[in-house]
Structure formats: structure tokens, C-alpha cells
Design a protein around this ligand. Structure first.
Ligand code: ADP
Length: 654
């Protein structure tokens, strides 16, 4: 094979190439290997038919979708749906400070006093600060928790008739306009599902300069006189309204020298905690000033963890008594641990009160405030993104120090597996793949495999393509991703990587690998972020590896399955909840959809990836049945949407 340059694909962004590209030959010498497990030879019967949920079925009057989806094409917002600026309600006080003080006093009257005893974690703890308004559920009343029985192939959705809710998401990310990771996809997908089910959903996020403005329709300034209390004064903000693929979104733009959201990136700044503490306060101030009274405020991760604190300490005493808060933790690793400054800045003016162990004081550093802990303590319900991760966080030391807090608040804590947007990730309609296919026309996938090879200048041969898509973060198992590359090449496979890291050293390492394999016709590393290429990688690959150290939910394995690409995953977090091993499972054969390994080491990875590649070569019929099994699963927002509605109903009824 002649040496050929393999440039980065068009459209890949955030590429940091350390030094000059230096093509060097470095092809691994393929060795055949991998033994077949006798269990692989068992025939796999077909699963039951899927209940496909497409935009078409919704439009055709599927009874579960009472509200027609807004068009995805650019639209001018119709007058009735675009909120007009509204007159401001009379605030309890005239200045930011007076409101804060009155709010604080009111809460103090309702609050149990801090314990005078030594503050021993987990012992003699009073109720959470809003206990008078909120009593924890008893186990029998907990919202339905399907995932205990594991994922199920698609079935006809259960239709419930229930009153519509007004839900406001306060979020740092939203796909596709401001996406860093899966959180962005979750807010979009859940918001859409809630609307499909007849609820009114609005989304509030910062107005970043680096947003995909081409994905926002009808953007207009809708509220120009929002003064957000900050450091005893106030920062003037404008609020914009626009549609993001049908979702109703408000974008908050502060006008201050801090320049919080005009920095060319969503995260990565020394004052990130202050930036998002400000955003959370601004979102709450906007709800208050615009007279909105959502039934449920749903906030996400440490960035918006102060929302329930603000609600119960500042806004409820001022009169905002209606909303309840659901707080979703997408990743326990980042918690927003900081000093007292954030309290002074945001108007939580009594440090000694918030520095209490039962409120925001970090569990390990008595001099630090932990925003995520505050979110857990104050929210009416706390979810994380899979039941397995919920358990691992609470009971297996995966909560990065918040384990005792989760134990204290376990009655309002649970896990809901994320869904994926079945319109965005749909092999039957995906505009980013050349040939469409479904479970009955799965041959189309091989044309996409060919297209992926053409695009990445890979050799066209009989080999399976094993891919990785994701952030190159230590969480994702950097060492095992690297090992998967070498092992795949050694097992006569092709390997494709699409990923990037904000960490220069990690990025540099993968750029080194890219140069090493530049001339290898069976390997391509695409270092950067490329949404459109990701679609082709999912569609054109045979397998995807997700060897994470920990994985709250993981979307890549769900997306891959939608495209008939077999996941090879570590048995942790949401990966364990969604992937059923083909050979080692008690589940019926038709419910098995991938390969799983337990130990975070090279042998562990090989034990699963080796079986997958061996099956591909030696039992192609079985491999194809496995692909169909994976495609028949329903990992749309259908089930999680219902789970969240159960939680919303539950916290509303309390
Ligand atoms: P996390 O939220 O931890 O980053 P998830 O698996 O939950 O991981 O979600 C990752 C999402 O981001 C998926 O939609 C995946 O396709 C996308 N993604 C990650 N890295 C890239 C990349 N380099 N190019 C395109 N899409 C990416």
C-alpha cells in the first residue's frame, strides 16, 4: 500500500496540533488471534418488533404526541408563542440587597437551627433546609424505577393522561447550539420529549458568543431591563428569545466588564464558578421579574446547582412559592468547589449559615463551599443519569466525596437512563450519511462503511471497523482507548478515533499517535470535534469501544446501537445498564446487544473486543443478529421522558 497523507476531515474543530505534522510510518504488524467462546455459536432469535418513534409517526397522530413538533427549518416565531416582555411584578424590596435580606430572614424563621453538637457527617443531621415545605418520599412512593429490570427491547409506549406541566430547564449547555458533552443532548432531547407529551417547556441558558447562531431561529431581544443582584450591586442583562429546532429558549446576556460569556468557549476559565453562579442567579431573577411560575425548574450539574438554593433561600421568601426543583447530576466529578466569595457575590449573605455541614460546606474541606452539594441538599429531587451510576455514586465511592450527602438525601435520589434524540440519530433519515437503512435494510450500512473509508482514506477490505467517539478525558479510559487501537490492528481490524481533549498533553499524545499511524491504511485518528463526521462514524463502524473508568450514562453506545454498531463497553455506570453481553448474560438471546468487560485493564478490554472481532469474522450471521438486536432497542426519550414526568408529578404532589 503506498504511503498517503491522511489529513483531518473537513469540519473538524478545536484542533490543537502540537508541532508540525510529521508523517511517519508506524503501522502495527497485524497478528491474528482471539479465540472463539463456544457460547458465541448459540443462535440468536429475533426480538419482538420495535415501536419506532419517528417524527413521521408523531405527525401522523400518534396519541402520545398531542402537540405537533415545531418545524426544524428556520421559522419566524409566531406572535402568540413568542413571549412579550411583561410588566415586572412588585418585588418585596426595592433593591437587591433588601430583597436578599428579607428573604434570608424569612427562611431563618422556617429553618431548623444548625446543630450545636459537633458536626459529624451523617449523624444527628437536621432535615434539609427546605424541610418544612418538603418531606422526603417513602420508598413505596418513589417514582417508578424501570431500570432495575435492565433495558428492554422496544415496546409500545404506555400512554398516561395527566395534566400538563410548565417546565423550565436552566442549563449551561444545549445541543446543538452550545454543546460540550452529553448534557447538551440531554437537555434538548428531554425538553423535546416533554413537549411532545403536551407539557410547556422553556430553556434558559447563557448567551455565549461561541454559540451556533445558525441553529437559532427568530432570535430577538425580548427583555431588556433585567438587573441581576451581584456583589451588593446589580448587573444589567438583556434576555433574548429564539427557537432551537423548535425548543423555546431564553438566552441571558450580561453587560458587565466581567464579560462572562463572551470568551470564545463555554468552559475553561479561572472564574467559571462565578460565571455560572451568576448565570443561575440571573435565570432565577428572570423567572421572578418576568412573572413566570413554572411547576418544575429542572437544573443541571454544578453549574446550575445554586438554583434550588436561590429558590428556597431568596425567591420563595419573596413569594415564588410554586416551583419545585429537579436537579440532575450528569457527572459527580466536577462539583464547583470554591471559597466564600461566591456567597458574597450571589447574595447568599450569611457565610456562617451556608458554611454549615448540612448546607453547602464541602464534605472534605471545611473552608470550601460545594455547589453540587447545595443542589443535592436543596433540590426537591436529585437524579443522576443511570440507576447503576446512582448506586455507584452513593454506595461505591464514585461520588467524589458526596457519598455521605447522598446517603442523607437518599429518599429523594434516583437514576434515570438518558435517551437519545431519535430524529437526530436516525439511520433512516440522517442527512449526514449517504445511504439510509433500518433493521430490515441493514445492508445499507455497508455502503456507509464504504463511505467512511473513502472519507478517511482507509483501505476497502473485509476488516471490521472499530471506532471510538468522545472526549479524550481520563474518565473515558485513555489507556484502554489506545490499547483498543493497537489490539484492533493486531486482530485484523481497522480503527477510527474521533475525539479531542482540552488538555494539551492528552491532545498532544493523540496527535503523536496520529502521526505514527498516518500511513496505515487501517487506522485514522481525527483529533477534534466534528458533529457531522460523528454521524458517519456511528453509521459506518461495526463496533464502538467505550472503555471508561467511570461512565454516568454514556450516549455513544446508545447512538451506536441505533445505527447497528455493536458496543464493546466496560461494565460500569450507564454502560452496564444499557449493554447486555452476547455471551455472558442471563437475559434471553434476543435481548443481548453487545460485549461487556469488567476489569479496567488491557486483558479486560481484550476479553470483550476479542470476542466481538472473532464473532464478526467467524459467525457473521450471529453478528448480524446482534446488530439487529441492538437496533431494536428503544433508547429514545420515550421511557426516560415518562420517568422524569413521574418525578415531576411526585415532587409537585408533595
Ligand atoms: P460525555 O457527556 O461524558 O462527553 P457522552 O457519551 O454522554 O459523553 O456524550 C458525548 C456526546 O458528544 C455524544 O453525542 C458524542 O457523539 C458527542 N461527541 C463527543 N466527542 C465528539 C467529537 N469529537 N466529535 C463529535 N461528537 C462528539
Amino acid at each position: 500500500m503506498p504511503a498517503k497523507p491522511k489529513p483531518q476531515a473537513a469540519g473538524t474543530t478545536n484542533i490543537t496540533a502540537p508541532g508540525k505534522a510529521d508523517p511517519a510510518s508506524g503501522s502495527a504488524s497485524p497478528e491474528r488471534g482471539g479465540t472463539e467462546n463456544p457460547a458465541i455459536t448459540a443462535a440468536i432469535p429475533s426480538p419482538p418488533p420495535a415501536a419506532a418513534r419517528t417524527a413521521a409517526s408523531e405527525a401522523a397522530g400518534d396519541p402520545i404526541h398531542p402537540i405537533a413538533e415545531a418545524p426544524a427549518a428556520p421559522v419566524e416565531p409566531v406572535e402568540e408563542t413568542v413571549p412579550e416582555p411583561v410588566d415586572l411584578p412588585e418585588a418585596a424590596g426595592t433593591t437587591a440587597d433588601s430583597r436578599v435580606e428579607s428573604g434570608t430572614a424569612a427562611v431563618e424563621a422556617e429553618m431548623p437551627p444548625p446543630p450545636s453538637q459537633a458536626e459529624v457527617p451523617g449523624e444527628n443531621l437536621p432535615e434539609s433546609p427546605h424541610a418544612p415545605e418538603w418531606s422526603p418520599p417513602v420508598a413505596a412512593e418513589m417514582p417508578e424505577s424501570r431500570p432495575e429490570v435492565g433495558p428492554q427491547p422496544a415496546q409500545q409506549p404506555h400512554i398516561q393522561h395527566r395534566p400538563a406541566l410548565f417546565v423550565v430547564h436552566i442549563t449551561p449547555e444545549l445541543a446543538p447550539v452550545a454543546k460540550v458533552g452529553g448534557l447538551a443532548d440531554v437537555v434538548f432531547g428531554l425538553g423535546r420529549e416533554l413537549e411532545i407529551r403536551g407539557n410547556h417547556v422553556e430553556i434558559i441558558l447563557p448567551k455565549y458568543d461561541c454559540m451556533r447562531y445558525d441553529q437559532i431561529w427568530g432570535l430577538q431581544r425580548t427583555f431588556d431591563d433585567l438587573w441581576v443582584p451581584w456583589y451588593g450591586g446589580a448587573i444589567h442583562c438583556s434576555v433574548y428569545f429564539g427557537f432551537v429546532h423548535g425548543r423555546k429558549c431564553f438566552f441571558i446576556e450580561p453587560h458587565s466588564q466581567d464579560n462572562f460569556f463572551n470568551r470564545g468557549a463555554v468552559y475553561g476559565f479561572h472564574d467559571d464558578i462565578l460565571r455560572f453562579a451568576f448565570f443561575s442567579r440571573a435565570a432565577m431573577e428572570f423567572l421572578w421579574k418576568s412573572g413566570k411560575h413554572p411547576d418544575v425548574i429542572h437544573c443541571h450539574d454544578w453549574q446550575t446547582a445554586l438554583v434550588p438554593v436561590y429558590l428556597y433561600e431568596i425567591y420563595q421568601p419573596m413569594g415564588m412559592r410554586h416551583p419545585r426543583v429537579c436537579f440532575t447530576i450528569h457527572n459527580f466529578k466536577h462539583q464547583g468547589v470554591t471559597g466564600a466569595q461566591v456567597l458574597h457575590a450571589s447574595g447568599l449573605n450569611r457565610p456562617e449559615y451556608y458554611f454549615h455541614y448540612d448546607r453547602l460546606r464541602d464534605n472534605h474541606n471545611p473552608h470550601a463551599i460545594n455547589l453540587m452539594k447545595g443542589g443535592i441538599v436543596y433540590a426537591n429531587f436529585v437524579t443522576t443519569v443511570s440507576p447503576r451510576y446512582a448506586m455507584e455514586a452513593k454506595d461505591q465511592g464514585q461520588a467524589f466525596g458526596l457519598e455521605p450527602t447522598l446517603h442523607i438525601h437518599h429518599m429523594k435520589y434516583g437514576g434515570v437512563v438518558n435517551g437519545i434524540d431519535y430524529d437526530v440519530w436516525n439511520p433512516e433519515t440522517d442527512p449526514h450519511i449517504p445511504v439510509h437503512f433500518n433493521v430490515d435494510t441493514i445492508e445499507g450500512k455497508y455502503a456507509d462503511k464504504k463511505a467512511l473509508r473513502d472519507r478517511l482514506l482507509l483501505a476497502d477490505n473485509e476488516k471490521p471497523i472499530v471506532s471510538f467517539v468522545g472526549r479524550l478525558d481520563p474518565q473515558k479510559g485513555i489507556e484502554l482507548i489506545r490499547h483498543a487501537l493497537f489490539y484492533t490492528l493486531g486482530q485484523s481490524g481497522q480503527f477510527v478515533l474521533l475525539g479531542s481533549s482540552p488538555d494539551g498533553a492528552i491532545n498532544g499524545y493523540f496527535w503523536g499517535l496520529k502521526r505514527q499511524f498516518n500511513d496505515n491504511p487501517d487506522c485514522h485518528l481525527e483529533i477534534g470535534y466534528n458533529e457531522e463526521l460523528a454521524h458517519l462514524v456511528y453509521a459506518g463502524s461495526d463496533m464502538i469501544v467505550v472503555p471508561s473508568r467511570f461512565e454516568p450514562c454514556g450516549l455513544t453506545q446508545l447512538i451506536a446501537m441505533r445505527y447497528g454498531t455493536i458496543p464493546v463497553v466496560r461494565e460500569i455506570g450507564g454502560l452496564a445498564d444499557t449493554v447486555i453481553d452476547k455471551d455472558f448474560s442471563h437475559r434471553p438471546l434476543h435481548e443481548r446487544n453487545g460485549y461487556v468487560f469488567r476489569d479496567y485493564d488491557e486483558r479486560g478490554l481484550e476479553s470483550a473486543l476479542g470476542r466481538a472481532i472473532a464473532c464478526y469474522y467467524q459467525y457473521p450471521d450471529h453478528f448480524r443478529e446482534l446488530m439487529k438486536n441492538a437496533m431494536r432497542y428503544d433508547y429514545s426519550w420515550n421511557h426516560p421522558g415518562q420517568d422524569y414526568l413521574n418525578i415531576y408529578d411526585y415532587i409537585r404532589e408533595k
